[in-house]
Ligand binder design. Sequence first.
Ligand code: BV8
Ligand code: ZN
Length: 254
Amino acid sequence: MIEVPGWVASVAAAARTVSVLTGAGMSAESGVPTFRDAAEGTSLWEDYDPQLLVSIDSWYADPDLVWAWHLWLAGLVHRAEPNPGHRALADWASRDDVELRIITQNIDDLHERAGSPVLSHLHGNLFAFRCADCGREYGEPVEFLSEPEQRRRPPSCGHCGGFIRPEVVWFGEALPHQDMEDAVDAMLDSDLVLVVGTSGIVQPAASLPDIARGHGTAVVEINPALTRLSDRVDFCWRAPAGQALPALTSAIAG
Ligand code: BV8
Ligand code: ZN
């Protein structure tokens, strides 16, 4: 088990309310590619910029391409398992003496499948679907892809004939108001904020740690690499989530 930095262990042991902001790096050890290298290893997507794929403009321009991308990602997540980092957060949240909330940028369901309730899914949920035109929930079964495909025609809404889309927040779309409001409230009401596996590029999620820090809350980053947030946190723990979080929770359990 990797060593836990002393300061991090002491702040975590004393914390009664902990908020954890997670990004794609949280799911990396589950085999879900991080957002910016999502296309690596899947030749079909090599010549697409994932950033463009998950934008409202791409959806309007080529819904079949965007729909196929999400069916591929949903299939990959469906076959993935929560990693020890997800499970460590669920264990920590189960303790009676701590209130731990998860605010995630991820659209996967790995926190939930590890047993964690999620306070905010800032960028939505890959496994919920609605009509892009009338907004009605779509409850029919959706078949995910086991291999990437270039295009797939989205299903049509039984009510208005509009295309069905995933309940995710694309670039250029507003975040769900309640999820963002709950996330800001959590930043203002925590003894400790952990920022795990995010490059700190995408706004407005990337501004959340600043809100906590501006409120005098200890902010710790867990990431093997430097990020845009690294010089705006109290402690940078250069470690992968799947090793750091289990080491931290066992250090404070002791
Ligand atoms: C909005 C869901 C307004 C979809 C996603 C200029 C300046 C500021 C902002 C903007 C700007 N131009 C445009 C904007 C706004 C834009 C934005 O922020 N652009 C960025 C690129 C500059 N934001 C938006 O458009 C947002 N909406 O602003 O709306 C508005 C208001 C009213 C009305 C209309 C509009 C919407 C943003 C949400 C976009 N949706 N995804 C889908 O995926 O299908 S974003 C996408 O990026 C993913 O959700 C992902 O979570 C998110 C952030 O990426 P990260 O999670 O950080 O992942 P990344 O790959 O970048 O980094 C991984 C990290 O993990 C790395 O640091 C790596 O080192 C680390 N790591 C790797 N392995 C591990 C690890 N860490 C720990 N352990 C490991 N093992
Ligand atoms: Zn409809």
